[in-house]
Design a protein around this ligand. Structure first.
Ligand SMILES: Nc1nc2c(ncn2[C@@H]2O[C@H](COP(=O)(O)OP(=O)(O)OP(=O)(O)O)[C@@H](O)[C@H]2O)c(=O)[nH]1
Ligand SMILES: [Mg+2]
Length: 730
């Protein structure tokens, strides 16, 4: 079943519904394949830019693969477990059966164009979800029908909340033993604190799950399980009638709470038509007041066509999303960027990929205006001109060339040399900067030593490409030890990077054990002084600065203020001192870890007519900072992780005992039947290799999920042990 002849979608409430668009013509064109990605303007209100988001293994990629098949985009069903999923195209993804990098694609359903980004569920790749949610208009949140709302689903839900992304839920895996639709709904209510609008009920459960009841049309749909068999429409089975009436009633009540139009029809005792229903649900969903819920089994080809209808019906088009706010580069005033082809061009770069065949690709979400191949644009974040070489529509790792991209579209551009993730592109004459995307800091690192000189060169090049691609991946070269240290979000993240270095970039290197990325901060305000004075025979060196150091709140990063009174030091010496201070911040405080949450104020200094140089002031800055940190009661910060363990009750005692011995704190324990969910916080240093020990403790029957929570002070005893260990190593 590809593009179907099914009911028209009621895109009630969408812009231009009342028909600037010739639906039939468009549908026919799409069927023939004549409207491909071509450069023509696709009606804005018929575009859906959506992300598929969820906990690891919920079935996001499988849902996406089914969407591609049912929309006729692919002609073979892609399977994650067989390594044939189109969206999981990277070698690492196919080997491991997980998504690592978000992949974009475009397909058409009835007369809707759907731009999809399939995101990874593993928390180590959270940056991929963050950047996707930043540029998408709507989300499909997928749940495993057995596990319900898992830890990472909650995390992505909160991320979507932050970006105000309207979403719909798909309760997947209804065919699995233990699948429980009602339990999933109550978890959506309790854990996500969301208001569910149940629009479907499953017919049968587990291996007898065979279809879905649509509570709006009050019709049943049976799916044979074969992707090519059309769904069979049936009356609601007699034994389900009472349950359906009850749910429908709840739906009307739930909707009335948020929608006056439905409430009025209901209070007047009139029948609510399907289009009234759809229009009201769309209004409520777009306003993020309640969440439409659907169900099915992607793997068994059940329910996905109805989900596709729902994407058209209940998720926003770019025109429904409020205009994005940017800042005028010159005046500093707010600027609204309307989703319109006629407005000045504004786009956000949200992803950079080094493609081995086509080179450097920059993914763009175009918010306003259009852009043509060859156009000159302005990177307002870096204040430089850029030229767009070619424009592409991506389909996972393949692409199709276009010569123009419009407002509301998601495309990849070639030829941009100096544009990075989070940068804004706009017109030179109408400069605007959009808010950049915020990414978490890496918490774990590993040392890499290339085997030969040739490997060192290859390593440098590979790491540069990878840091461009992944904003949560950082590289530090330690001058003193000659070691390259890479940092990331977790063990899996670094493991994937190391595997890619070896298999994709053919670097041979010695890789150390993963280590915690500690940081340092100060706890009191102090003054520091740096004097760099050298008197040798001829020309000497003279640089002298006085600074003040103050602790900032957690997350405050590093701030620098110049309070030098006129003429005491020249601008170039001040800049050189700042540079020296910044380098010292990165190179580390008393224990050699980067210093965070500190403000440095440069307030005084002196220079020598002959001997002073920028170099001398850079040294003086660095010395002043080191002097200050030593006096400011520095402490070591360690990453604290949020850990969630789901286990059969019999292992609860052992798991809790183990967590306590790892300096963990239990926050709460939830019980669902015999399944216990333990929520706790544990320092990262104490949970290396946790997967292995949990597996052996529970015979592989417990699962866990861990994500970075925050940095916290390390206990003094452990901090001093760490310092003496470091002293011993150097
Ligand atoms: N029984 C059953 N298994 C499913 C269903 N959907 C997906 N799976 C299986 O669940 C596993 C994970 O599916 P994926 O589609 O890779 O899940 P994902 O959410 O993309 O996972 P990540 O991208 O790694 O977070 C695969 O083995 C799928 O075959 C379903 O409806 N029923
Ligand atoms: Mg996946």
């Amino acid at each position: 079943m590809h593009i179907t002849d099914g009911d028209d979608l009621t895109i009630a409430g969408a812009v231009n519904t009342e028909e600037t668009v010739k639906k039939e013509a468009l549908t026919a064109e799409l069927k023939k394949g004549t409207t491909s990605m071509s450069p023509r303007s696709f009606p804005l209100d018929k575009i859906r830019n959506i992300g598929i988001i969820a906990h690891i293994d919920a079935g996001k990629t499988t849902v996406t693969e089914r969407i591609l098949y049912f929309t006729g985009k692919t002609y073979k069903l892609g399977e994650v477990h067989e390594g044939t999923a189109v969206m999981d195209w990277m070698e690492q993804e196919r080997q491991r059966g997980i998504t690592i990098t978000s992949a974009a694609t475009t397909c058409h359903w009835k007369y809707i164009r759907i731009n999809i980004i399939d995101t990874p569920g593993h928390v180590d790749f959270t940056a991929e979800v963050e950047r996707s949610l930043r540029v998408l208009d709507g989300g499909v949140v997928v749940f495993d029908g057995v596990a319900g709302v898992e830890a990472q689903s909650e995390t992505v839900w909160r991320q979507a909340d932050r970006y105000h992304v309207p979403r719909i839920c798909f309760i997947n895996k209804m065919d699995r033993v233990g699948a429980n639709f009602e339990r999933c709904i109550s978890m959506i209510k309790d854990r996500l604190r969301a208001k569910p609008l149940v629009l479907q009920l499953p017919i049968g459960k587990e291996d007898t799950f065979k279809g879905i009841i649509d509570l709006i049309g009050m019709r049943g749909w049976l799916f044979s399980g074969k992707a090519d068999d059309p769904a069979q429409e049936i009356d609601i089975p007699e034994n389900e009638e009472a349950r359906c009436e009850e749910y429908r009633h709840q739906l009307i009540e739930g909707l009335s709470e948020f929608d006056d139009q439905i409430m009025n029809i209901y209070l007047e005792g009139r029948d609510i038509s399907a289009s009234d229903f759809k229009a009201a649900i769309r209004r409520v969903a777009l306003a993020n007041k309640a969440i439409p819920i659907f169900c099915g089994s992607a793997l068994k080809n059940k329910g996905v066509p109805l989900l596709l209808d729902a994407i058209g019906d209940y998720l926003p088009s770019p025109a429904d999303t409020p205009p994005l706010k940017g800042i005028n580069n010159v005046t500093g005033f707010d600027v609204l960027c309307p989703t319109s082809d006629d407005a000045p061009f504004v786009a956000l770069a949200f992803k950079v990929v080094s493609d081995p065949f086509v080179g450097r690709l920059v993914y763009l979400r175009i918010y306003s205006g259009k852009v043509k191949t060859g156009a000159q644009v302005y990177n307002s974040t870096r204040m430089g001109k850029e030229r767009i070489g070619r424009l592409l529509i991506m389909h996972a790792n393949r692409h199709e060339e276009i010569d123009e991209a419009d407002a509301g579209s998601i495309v990849a551009a070639m030829g941009l040399k100096d544009t990075f993730t989070g940068d804004t592109l706009c017109e030179t004459a109408k400069q605007v900067v959009l808010e950049a995307i915020k990414f978490p800091t890496p918490v774990i690192s590993v040392a890499i030593e290339p085997k030969t000189r040739a490997d060192r060169d290859k390593l440098g090049e590979a790491l540069q490409k990878m840091t461009e691609e992944d904003p949560t991946f950082k590289v530090n070269y330690n001058e003193e030890t000659g070691q390259t240290v890479i940092s990331g979000m977790g063990e899996l993240h670094l493991e994937v990077i190391v595997s890619r270095l070896m298999s994709e970039y053919k670097v041979e290197a010695q890789v150390g054990q993963p280590r915690v990325a500690y940081k340092e901060t100060i706890t009191s305000a102090v003054k520091g002084e740096g004097k760099f004075i050298r008197q040798s025979g001829g020309h000497g060196q003279y640089g002298h600065v006085r600074i003040e150091l103050e602790p900032l709140d957690c997350g405050g990063g590093f701030q620098f203020e110049d309070k030098i009174k006129g003429g005491v030091l020249s601008k170039s010496y001040i800049q050189a001192a700042e540079e020296g201070i910044r380098e010292a911040v990165e190179n580390g405080g008393v224990a050699g870890y980067p210093v965070v949450d500190v403000k440095v104020t440069l307030y005084d200094g002196s220079y020598h007519e002959v001997d002073s140089s920028e170099m001398a002031f850079k040294m003086a800055g660095s010395m002043a900072f080191k002097d200050g940190v030593r006096k400011a009661k520095p402490i070591i910060l360690e990453p604290l992780m949020k850990l969630e363990v789901v286990t059969p009750g019999q292992f609860l005692g052992d798991i809790i005992g183990d967590i306590s011995s790892r300096r963990g704190n239990i926050d709460s324990i939830e019980t669902f039947g015999d399944t216990m969910t333990i929520h706790c916080h544990v320092p990262l240093a104490a949970v290396f290799g946790y997967a292995t020990s949990l597996r052996s403790m529970t015979q592989g029957r417990a699962t866990h999920s861990m994500e970075f929570y925050r940095y916290q002070e390390m206990p003094a005893q452990l901090a001093s042990e760490l310092k003496s260990k470091l002293a011993g190593e150097s």
